[in-house]
Design a protein around this ligand. Structure first.
Ligand SMILES: [Zn+2]
Length: 471
């Protein structure tokens, strides 16, 4: 039968548990001294080994010859079928029947071993009724009953339950810790794992050993048993640091054209843009710390501004902004300069005030263009005003038009634009100045114009900016 790696490699003894020294010491000492509490609460984030510890404890308290607090692994109970322990997953069936049943059964001695052990996973999910039943058992605990309650959200437990448990807090695993563990497990699972690959998996696992093992398994599937850095990058849709650093450099230099090309390439390779923010923030933080450490205060402050910009983008994406849109905005606008210089974007057309019109009289200077509040930058040149009586084109027209567009950057910018029919001319109205700036680079502009002409016939075409708060 197929078993997930994290199940196959559960630690069997307290001494195999890595990174939870305090909780292990408390449980092991309790077994050593035979002073076992009626209820333990194992609280900690996911993947920190709560269930593994509970299972070891259940065997240790029932072992016929415990050795220095560890289950011996050889006695009749250790080799038995584990009837002394019942696992309840409060998240899946909310536990009421089990707990009711348990009050009944608690009156009898366990079928094997000294104690009946109840492991309740995600105990905070129990119903009120089940909590009441549990509380009754905790108030007058039958002597042969032990509760091992596991939760990721201890604050959701009633105080009456909390006050009757010995609480053990499990810590998230450190990256080094996870790296060591998966490097140790890989050979036993017949996976050849590189150190660089292990490092990246550990970083992605975010403190959870279980997630790290699941990732390792996923990567091993991709790489047919061999896992190197490229396998992990490919399997997880992530990018290597040098690539991300390249994008940050382009954004810092405000090279919108190259930054957008970079994005298009990464997308076509299947990179997961949602992960990019976290990775990019990690790189910027390191650069900021390096600048502080080197007493380059001005640069450090600039890095901090860049970090703020990226953190805001990350927050926007978490709130549901489409990740591609977020990265395109960043690519088009660039990052604040780390030395505070107010360099203009390198998009050539963006620096020249220009009416992108053919035969249409230029409109008077428009209302101030919409600015990103966090981005100090030079004032935008005046733009043609949107024509208030123009009507949006039909979705068929738009689909047809976009179908004629070939330039990847043109396609990308048109996602942030609407097309209007002003009777005697077409108007392409962009949502924000950076999009318009990129659309006005010569190749992109030519492509948009020719696609629009092929769709709607020869008419003058104007590029405009939607008014603040408009569309
Ligand atoms: Zn034993």
């Amino acid at each position: 039968m197929y078993r997930a790696l994290y199940r196959s490699f559960r630690p069997a003894r307290f001494s195999d548990v890595v990174g939870q020294e305090l909780a292990v010491r408390v449980l092991r000492n309790a077994v050593r001294r035979d002073r076992i509490a009626h209820a333990y609460l194992l609280a900690g984030p996911r993947g920190t080994g709560k269930t593994s510890l509970a299972k070891i404890m259940a065997r240790a308290v029932n072992c016929l010859q415990p050795q220095d607090g560890e289950p011996c692994g050889a006695c009749a109970v250790c080799l038995g079928s584990g009837l002394h322990t019942v696992e309840i997953d409060a998240a899946s069936n909310r536990g009421i029947d089990e707990i009711r049943d348990l009050r009944e059964r608690a009156r009898y001695a366990p079928p094997e071993g000294r104690y009946r052990v109840y492991i309740v996973d995600e105990v905070h999910m129990l119903t009120q009724e089940a909590f009441n039943a549990l509380l009754k058992l905790l108030e007058e605990p039958p002597p042969q009953l032990i509760f091992l309650l596991a939760t990721t959200e201890p604050h959701r437990l009633p105080a009456t339950v909390l006050s009757r448990c010995q609480r053990l807090s499990l810590l998230p695993h450190t990256e080094e810790n996870i790296e060591q563990q998966i490097l140790a497990i890989a050979p036993a699972a017949e996976i050849s794992l590189d150190r660089d690959a292990a490092k990246l998996i550990a970083r992605k696992a975010d403190g959870s050993l279980r997630d790290a093992l699941a990732l390792l398994e996923l990567c091993a599937g991709h790489g047919e048993g061999r896992v190197d850095l490229d396998t992990v990058l490919l399997a997880t849709g992530s990018l290597d640091e040098a690539e991300i650093a390249r994008f940050l450099d382009l954004a810092e230099k405000r090279d919108a054209r190259a930054a957008l090309d970079w994005l298009a390439v990464q997308e076509s390779r299947g990179a997961d843009l949602r992960q990019l923010a976290g990775d990019a923030i990690g790189i910027l933080r390191r650069r900021m710390h390096e600048a502080f450490a080197g007493h380059r205060e001005e640069e450090a402050a600039g890095r901090l501004r860049m970090l703020e910009r990226l953190a805001a983008l990350d927050a926007d994406m978490r709130r549901g902004m489409e990740s591609r849109l977020g990265w395109e905005i960043l690519a088009a606008e660039g990052l604040p300069d780390p030395l505070g210089a107010q360099a203009a974007p390198e998009v050539p057309a963006a620096t020249t005030p220009k009416e992108a019109t053919q035969g249409v009289r230029p409109a008077p200077p428009a209302a101030p263009a919409r600015q990103e509040p966090r981005m100090p930058r030079p004032a935008s040149p005046p733009r043609a005003k949107p024509n208030p009586s123009a009507k949006p084109v039909s979705s068929e027209f738009r689909a047809n038009f976009v179908g004629h567009v070939k330039e990847p950057r043109a396609k990308a910018m048109l996602e942030h634009a609407q097309v209007f029919d002003a009777g005697d001319s077409w108007e392409v109205r962009f949502r924000a100045p950076p999009f318009l700036a990129v659309a006005e680079t010569p190749d992109v502009e030519r492509d948009i114009r020719s696609a629009l002409e092929r769709t709607g016939g020869p008419r003058p075409i104007r590029f405009t900016l939607s008014q603040q708060g408009g569309d």
